[in-house]
Design a protein around this ligand. Structure first.
Ligand SMILES: CC(C)(COP(=O)(O)OP(=O)(O)OC[C@H]1O[C@@H](n2cnc3c(N)ncnc32)[C@H](O)[C@@H]1OP(=O)(O)O)[C@@H](O)C(=O)NCCC(=O)NCCS
Length: 172
C-alpha cells in the first residue's frame, strides 16, 4: 500500500477486473487513451496475467472512502537506465477533477524516486488530453517532443506528446 494525501494505492487484484472492463468500455474514459482495447473479462484476465509475469506493476487507486476510482501502473522498468513509463486511468467519471490524478502522480513519483531509486519517469499522452497534460506539468513533467500524426483514433490522426521528469529536477 502506498499512501498519498487523497488516494491510497494498492496492488490491483483479480477481483478488481470487472470494474476495469466497465471503464475500458466507456468511450468517455477511453477517448484520449493511446490504447483501449474493448476487452471482456476473459481478455482482461489474460492482460492481468501477462503483467504479473513481468516487472510491470498494476495498482488500484482508492479514494478517501476506500472506493476504487481508477488504476495506474508502471511499465518498461529498466534497471540499468533506472527509468520507467507511468500511466493512470480514473475510470469513475464522477471522480475526475477532485485532485486524485494529481495526487496519484505525485505519490507514484515519490515512490519511484525515493523508494525504487529511479532516475527518469516518462509517459506519452494525446496532445488533446488537456486535463492529463495539466496534471503531469503540475507534477513536474516537461514536454520533450511531439509524435506528429502518431496514431489514428476516432476517425483521424492524432499527435502524441512525450513527457518526462528527472529525479534531480523533481520537486516533491
Ligand atoms: C486525466 C486524469 C488522469 C486527470 O486526473 P483528475 O483527477 O481528473 O485530475 P485532477 O483533479 O488532479 O486535476 C484536474 C483539475 O482538477 C483541479 N483540482 C486539483 N485538486 C483538486 C481538488 N482537491 N479538488 C477539486 N479540484 C481539484 C486541478 O486544479 C485541475 O484543474 P486545472 O487543470 O483545470 O487547473 C483523469 O481525468 C482520467 O483518468 N481521465 C480519463 C483517462 C485518461 O485520460 N487518462 C490519462 C491518459 S494519459
Amino acid at each position: 500500500m502506498i499512501e498519498g494525501e487523497l488516494v491510497r494505492l494498492r496492488a490491483l487484484e483479480r477481483s478488481d477486473l470487472p470494474a476495469v472492463v466497465r471503464w475500458m468500455n466507456d468511450p468517455e474514459v477511453t477517448k484520449y487513451l493511446l490504447s483501449a482495447p474493448l476487452y471482456g473479462l476473459e481478455e482482461m484476465e489474460q492482460w492481468y496475467n501477462d503483467h504479473r509475469g513481468s516487472d510491470d506493476r498494476l495498482l488500484a487507486m482508492l479514494d478517501e472512502r476506500g472506493e476504487m476510482v481508477g488504476y495506474c501502473g508502471i511499465t518498461r522498468l529498466e534497471w540499468e537506465e533506472r527509468r520507467c513509463n507511468l500511466w493512470l486511468i480514473i475510470g469513475e467519471r464522477n471522480a475526475w477533477n477532485h485532485g486524485y490524478g494529481t495526487d496519484t502522480v505525485r505519490t507514484m513519483l515519490r515512490y519511484l524516486f525515493e523508494e525504487v531509486n529511479l532516475h527518469r519517469v516518462y509517459l506519452t499522452v494525446d496532445e488533446e488530453n488537456r486535463r492529463a497534460i495539466g496534471v503531469y506539468e503540475r507534477c513536474g513533467f516537461r514536454r520533450e517532443g511531439v509524435g506528429r500524426s502518431a496514431r489514428f483514433k476516432n476517425g483521424r490522426y492524432r499527435n502524441d506528446v512525450t513527457m518526462a521528469v528527472l529525479r534531480e529536477e523533481w520537486n516533491p
